[in-house]
Design a protein around this ligand. Structure first.
Ligand SMILES: Cc1cc2nc3c(=O)[nH]c(=O)nc-3n(C[C@H](O)[C@H](O)[C@H](O)COP(=O)(O)O)c2cc1C
Length: 381
């Protein structure tokens, strides 16, 4: 944990001070004018909770079940690409923090450390799959996930085409400017630049080789992600995988219905942290209608703008069964490695306890519509 970091905002400031500029911009930014990115945070923060008192909250139980396991919190580390470049072998550090806290982690397809490397550290994460044009390669990634012993596959469906991120475009460029940015961050340069090699996309090495992803990462995504992907491909993945399949990137109740029809085992309400279609609803606003449609038939996970334990309670009250962190854990990893991620999970635990105590909920199952104060939420929802 970093000295003086009291919340996720503090970790964001520390990450900004430690990462080279272009890497911080990649982590922090969203698409276009970042309207949805801001909405994710602001809509969630504006959700009014309903204070209840004198309900004996001396014992509060935070554990929750998802996909056949009981976790310490209804919270997991969501897939965040390139995290292995925020700290030395970053995904391995994050997986250790998640395992120690007994929360799940979903490893991104575009992680620096491969699934095999993370699994070899003793903690097998869930795996997030992107669809690339080469179906043979998608099949081989599914096979690798099976061989590694992954217990769930998250298929991300909101990246048929990549959203434009102005911050990445502005921060792009190589040569002298990049060199100056790197020299301005000696801590990162030593930890990751020198000692954190290789700087490749571990899972994609069979197709992109060992080249550093930073220069041509976006170009590779543009060239290789598959815009023709459809519900038929979900069937194909389901058949090839044969285990629990979660569809990530749903905002619309009609799409949620299609997820249920596809036979998938879960859904992540998400707009990719405001990094894809700018102007879409925040996750907080999209969630209640999706939850009404799903009506408990499959678990609902949600992400987008979660920066505290209060936000987790808000997401649960809006209809989620489980919540994924994105930037929140990645800022902490960038600032303080495994200890930072562990600290953020502790903060979330502590903040959830206060929020639950003061809304009169002693178990996760008690958090629901009743935990919201409708008078405070009419303007937003
Ligand atoms: C830097 C960065 C990289 C991401 N990479 C992936 C990815 O590889 N796969 C994926 O499904 N989602 C990815 N996401 C989206 C996150 O899983 C999650 O939906 C989002 O971060 C939630 O919003 P929040 O960061 O505001 O909490 C990424 C998000 C960020 C910020």
């Amino acid at each position: 944990m970093a000295r003086g970091a009291a919340n996720v905002s503090d970790y964001r400031a520390l990450a900004r001070a430690r990462l080279p500029h272009f890497l911080f911009e990649y982590l922090d930014g969203g698409s276009y004018d970042e309207v949805t990115l801001r909405r994710n945070v602001e809509d969630l923060q504006s959700v009014a909770l309903r204070q209840r008192v004198l309900r004996d909250v001396s014992s509060i139980e935070l554990s929750a079940e998802l996909l056949g396991k009981r976790w310490a919190l209804p919270v997991g580390l969501g897939p965040v690409g390139l995290s292995g470049l925020y700290a030395r072998r970053g995904e391995v550090q994050a997986a250790s923090a998640a395992a120690s806290a007994n929360v799940p982690m979903v490893l991104s397809t575009v992680s620096a450390c491969s699934l095999r490397e993370v699994a070899a550290s003793g903690h097998v994460p869930w795996y997030q799959l992107y669809f690339v044009k080469d179906r043979g390669f998608v099949a081989s990634m599914i096979q690798t996930a099976k061989e590694a012993g992954c217990e769930a596959l998250f298929l991300t469906v909101d990246l048929a085409v990549p959203g434009s991120r102005y911050r990445d475009a502005r921060a792009a460029g190589g040569g002298l400017q990049r060199m100056i940015e790197l020299m301005a961050r000696p801590g990162w340069l030593w930890d990751v630049g020198v000692n954190g090699r290789p700087h490749s996309l571990g899972n994609l090495e069979p197709v992109v080789g060992k080249r550093a992803p930073l220069s041509d990462f976006q170009a590779w995504i543009h060239a290789n992600f598959d815009p023709s992907v459809s519900w038929k491909d979900v069937e194909w993945v389901k058949a090839k995988w044969g285990g629990p399949l979660i569809i990530k990137g749903i905002l619309d109740p009609d799409d949620a219905r299609a997820v249920i029809d596809s036979g998938a085992n879960g859904i992540v309400v998400s707009n990719h942290g405001g990094r894809q279609l700018d102007g879409v609803l925040s996750s907080a606003r999209a969630l209640p209608r999706v939850a009404d449609l799903v009506a408990g038939r499959i678990p609902i996970l949600a992400d987008g703008g979660v920066r505290s334990g209060l936000d987790v309670v808000r997401m649960l009250a809006l209809g989620a069964d489980f919540v994924l962190l994105g930037r929140a854990w990645a800022y902490a990893l960038a600032s303080s490695g495994q200890a930072g991620v562990a600290h953020v999970l502790k903060l979330i635990d502590a903040e959830m306890r206060v929020a639950m105590a003061l809304t009169g909920c002693t178990t996760i199952g008690e958090i629901g519509k009743d935990t919201l104060d409708e008078r405070g939420n009419q303007a937003t929802f």
